[in-house]
Design a protein around this ligand. Structure first.
Ligand SMILES: Cc1cc2nc3c(=O)[nH]c(=O)nc-3n(C[C@H](O)[C@H](O)[C@H](O)COP(=O)(O)OP(=O)(O)OC[C@H]3O[C@@H](n4cnc5c(N)ncnc54)[C@H](O)[C@@H]3O)c2cc1C
Length: 369
């Protein structure tokens, strides 16, 4: 039996563990410093979005979308996935021009999932949208899911596949231990394994550093708002083109507003804090796009800490200083959607040393230049 340790019980760690535990001959242990879903995987906006992806991410995002479309088959739960579509609206003619250029760029690469629609179609899709909106880029089949329910489904499925999950177990060192194995040191003791996955989110560069590898990556603390329940007025997830916002109404009627407005991060203390000035900006944009939410009561706000690479696409690949250690981090605000496919890719890299899944653009070698 081969042994693998997965560091980090976020969605990427759990997905890697699930896919690997289902492969014959692998005994998988997840080490999570706090509890499963403690950081970004448990507090994100649940956006399942191919729309507007970095061109290098589209192929992996398409594989992930196939998996989301039948997520019950993968994890035995629908994860609350609602494929209500994602819509990026243009607030003026110049923005519509940008969306048309983007759609042409995506089409030129052979993808057809992003489609420009005119003002009448935007009104049909979003009857409550502000009248100044002139068109949009639409991706049907995208949507959103329930983050914590998704985490729990992946956790359960990984455990049912035979993975062991140890919470309250923070990794403090990784060493070579001879005979092709790595020793992973935690506050409680040590684990030996042939392969290790670094899925430690905002702390993954520290794990890389333990292996003597410097990978450029910072942290971010995106903020979210949830309002009181409102009568149903919006099915797709919506964002503007020229401003930062993500806006969706849940089946319960609450409106969830995010889009990358930043709070304060303190990775040392593993906390982040809401900056209400920045959050007010998000609320203002939301009310300008959907006048019906003006005056809605805000029930809760929060932030989540996560890793952000300089080019905002992840790092996926084997360590260059410690063979046997595989990185998967730096999802930079959009890793929820990618998690089913990225976990499959990392599991294949670990088990077979190669994967046909489209993760080549994510090598850390890209930072060499
Ligand atoms: C507010 C917000 C909204 C977002 N919205 C979306 C969205 O709509 N759509 C989308 O696709 N993405 C979204 N994201 C991004 C998405 O949540 C992340 O990209 C994804 O969850 C990253 O998962 P992860 O497993 O890499 O990291 P995490 O979920 O952060 O997991 C890393 C885990 O590693 C553990 N860990 C760290 N160090 C150690 C150690 N030394 N030993 C053991 N364990 C350790 C941590 O405790 C943590 O549990 C959002 C993120 C935030 C914060």
């Amino acid at each position: 039996m081969n042994r693998a340790i997965v560091i980090g019980g976020g969605l990427h760690g759990l997905s890697t563990a699930l896919h690997l535990a289902r492969m014959p001959g692998w005994q998988v242990t997840v080490l999570e410093r706090r509890h499963v879903g403690r950081h970004s995987s448990g507090v994100n906006a649940g956006g399942v979005r191919r729309l507007g992806r970095d061109l290098r991410e589209i192929a992996l995002s398409m594989v992930a979308w196939e998996m989301w479309s039948n997520i019950s088959a993968l994890v035995g739960d629908d994860c609350g996935f609602q494929p209500g579509g994602q819509v990026k609206v243009a607030e003026n003619a110049a923005e519509l021009g940008k969306l048309e250029a983007r759609a042409a760029q995506v089409r030129a690469l052979g993808w057809t999932h992003e489609e420009v629609v005119d003002q009448a179609e935007v009104r049909r899709l979003l009857p409550a949208i502000a009248p100044h909106v002139v068109g949009a880029l639409v991706c049907h089949g995208d949507g959103s899911a329930d983050p914590m329910r998704t985490v729990m489904a992946f956790r359960r499925a990984a455990q049912e596949a035979g993975a062991t999950i140890i919470e309250g177990s923070g990794v403090t060192a990784i060493e070579r231990s001879g005979a092709g194995t790595l020793r992973v040191v935690t506050e409680e003791g040590t684990h030996e394994a042939e392969r290790v996955a670094n899925c430690a989110g905002a702390w993954a560069t520290r794990i890389a550093r333990m292996a003597g590898e410097e990978i450029p990556c910072g942290v971010k603390a995106s903020m979210m708002i949830v309002t009181e329940r409102l009568p149903h007025f919006c099915t797709p997830t919506v964002g503007p083109t020229g401003r930062a916002l993500s806006f969706k109404q849940t089946v319960a009627g609450t409106v969830v507003i995010g889009g990358g407005h930043q709070g304060l991060n303190d990775p040392e203390r593993e906390t982040s804090t809401v900056l209400f000035g920045n959050l007010a900006h998000a609320a203002r944009i939301a009310a300008e796009l959907f006048p019906c939410v003006k005056g809605a009561r805000i029930m809760r706000t929060w932030t989540g800490t996560e890793a952000r690479t300089p080019d905002e696409i992840p790092v996926i690949g084997e360590s260059r200083t410690m063979p046997g250690l595989f990185h998967s981090f730096g999802y930079s605000g959009h890793g929820f959607q990618l998690s089913p496919a990225a976990g499959a890719a990392v599991a294949e890299l670990i088990a077979r040393g190669a994967t046909n899944l489209p993760v080549a653009p994510f090598t850390q070698r890209r930072f060499d230049a």
